[in-house]
Structure formats: structure tokens, C-alpha cells
Design a protein around this ligand. Structure first.
Ligand SMILES: Cc1ncc(C[n+]2csc(CCOP(=O)(O)OP(=O)(O)O)c2C)c(N)n1
Length: 257
């Protein structure tokens, strides 16, 4: 799913993440534990500006500490004003806009970024990177959220920046028609290669689970329990984020396994 790689990265960075309201808010739960606050629509950007001030002791030389995550619909509703504040007041916060091309949490309604009205008529479509630039943000990055290496590299770079930065991830919610790409194939765990390290479980993908070893032979670092990861075929959409994560090449296309 689109936001998984961003939240995995944030969980590894152990930064303070101010959240907002949407499907992605579930990333506050284990195993990701990647969101620290959630108040009301649009509040997360203001919170990040405040956290940046607190963490830096209001010293611009130390800024860059606050990180906000916000969905596209919430950004249009009440995130733009907070972002303008960040730019105008030279915040070092990093804002990640999770553009999944819909208002997923409340039932996939259209929004000002989709090009359709709620009645389904064609209308204007806000260009988020252009809007963010027009507000005065110089560091605007667009990333492919399904590319974990790129996601980790860009988030790491922007967290280090002392200027306001905006990272936009643009891929449709997997429940939207056409979101699951034709070339994607369902994955499986190669039981001979899986060491039971549990790294893939940290991604928080609903398709990846744990199969305890009945004969108790497979090692599992640190967990005290022996077993291996398993992928629920009916849930896997084939996005492949987990493939980049496995150090043992144990996540393979189901058709080849
Ligand atoms: C003031 C207010 N109005 C409406 C809602 C209902 N609501 C919850 S989340 C949300 C938007 C979710 O869309 P988005 O930000 O794009 O995130 P997604 O669920 O698509 O990941 C809305 C309208 C709310 N929580 N507060």
C-alpha cells in the first residue's frame, strides 16, 4: 500500500511525527508506531512547526526536527494554511503529503485534487507540487512510494534540511479501480530462504504474517519464537515494497515458488 514505506522509514528514524486524520493514521499502531499526535483535520502541520521550535530551542541552526504527515483531502481542507505558516515563518519542519488520489477514510469521495466533483463531473484539479511551490516552499520532492530505497533516501535527506521541505507521495489507494498495476504479481515466502528474522513484519503490511515452526528448528533472532514469515495470498496486491526489505531474497513471486 502507498504509505507503508514512508511510515516504515519514519519508524526507523525514531522522529517525532505529528499526524492527521485519514486511513494512514493507523500507522500509529504497532508494529510501525510511527505517528505521535492526531488532533483534528489539518492540525498536524501546525504541530510540526511547534515541535521544530521546541526541539531546536527556537534556534534556526538546529531546526529540522518536526515531521508532519497529512492526506491529500485533509491537506486541501485545512493543511494549506499551516503550510503557508511553515514557509512564511521559516520552519525547518518536513511535511509529507500522502496523495492517494481520494478521501479514502470516509468512503473514497472526490476532492479538489482528483479533477472530479462529488457528482462525478469533470472539474479543475489542484496540482499539489505547483501549489506548494507557489506558497514559497523551495524544497519540494515527489517520490514513488513503492520504491522503498528512494523513499528512505529522500525522507532522510529532507529530515536533515533546515528549511521547510515537502515530500509528496502520489499513488492511488489500492481500493480504487486500476490502482493495482497490471504487471504486479502476488508474492510468497520462500520457506528455504526465510531465516525468521521478522524484518518484513515491521512493515505493517496486512498480508504478511507469522507462521510458528511446528518442529521448532528455524531460528528467529531476538524473538524467542521459532518460525517464518508468511504471505496471505488473498490479501497481497503485489506492490513489492517488502521485496526491497528482505535481506535474504526470501520474498519471491508466488508464480515462481
Ligand atoms: C472537521 C472534520 N470533517 C470531516 C472529518 C471526517 N474525515 C475523517 S478523515 C477525512 C479525510 C481523509 O482523507 P485524506 O486526508 O485524503 O486521507 P486518506 O483517508 O485518503 O488516507 C475526513 C473528511 C473529520 N474528521 N473532521
Amino acid at each position: 500500500m502507498p504509505p507503508q514505506g514512508s511510515f516504515y522509514t519514519l519508524s526507523k528514524k525514531k522522529v517525532f511525527v505529528t499526524g492527521d486524520i485519514g486511513c494512514y493514521t493507523l500507522a500509529f499502531l504497532p508494529p510501525l508506531n510511527a505517528i505521535d499526535t492526531c488532533l483534528c483535520m489539518g492540525a498536524g502541520i501546525g504541530h510540526a512547526i511547534g515541535m521544530d521550535k521546541v526541539l531546536s530551542g527556537a534556534d534556526p541552526e538546529n531546526s529540522g526536527g518536526g515531521v508532519a504527515v497529512i492526506g491529500d483531502s485533509t491537506f486541501f481542507h485545512s493543511g494549506i494554511t499551516g503550510l503557508m505558516d511553515a514557509a512564511y515563518n521559516k520552519s525547518g519542519a518536513t511535511i509529507i503529503i500522502l496523495d492517494n488520489r481520494t478521501t479514502a477514510m470516509t468512503g473514497a469521495q472526490e476532492n479538489p485534487g482528483t479533477g472530479k466533483t462529488l457528482m462525478g463531473d469533470n472539474t479543475s484539479m489542484v496540482d499539489i507540487p505547483a501549489l506548494v511551490s507557489a506558497i514559497g516552499i523551495k524544497r519540494v520532492r515527489e517520490i514513488d512510494p513503492y520504491d522503498l530505497d528512494e523513499t528512505m533516501a529522500v525522507i532522510t535527506e529532507e529530515l536533515e534540511s533546515k528549511e521547510t521541505s515537502v515530500i509528496i507521495t502520489k499513488e492511488p489507494c489500492v481500493l480504487l479501480p486500476g490502482a493495482i498495476k497490471k504487471e504486479w504479481e502476488v508474492y510468497n515466502i520462500d520457506a528455504d530462504k526465510c531465516t525468521g528474522c521478522k524484518l518484513c513484519l515491521n512493515l505493517g503490511c496486512p498480508a504478511i504474517g507469522w507462521e510458528p515452526d511446528k518442529d521448532n528448528v528455524r531460528s528467529s533472532k531476538g524473538s524467542g519464537k521459532k518460525g517464518r514469515a508468511e504471505i496471505e495470498q488473498a490479501i497481497c496486491v503485489g506492490c513489492g515494497i517488502c521485496v526491497d526489505l528482505c535481506k535474504f531474497d526470501a520474498i519471491v513471486k508466488a508464480a515462481d515458488n
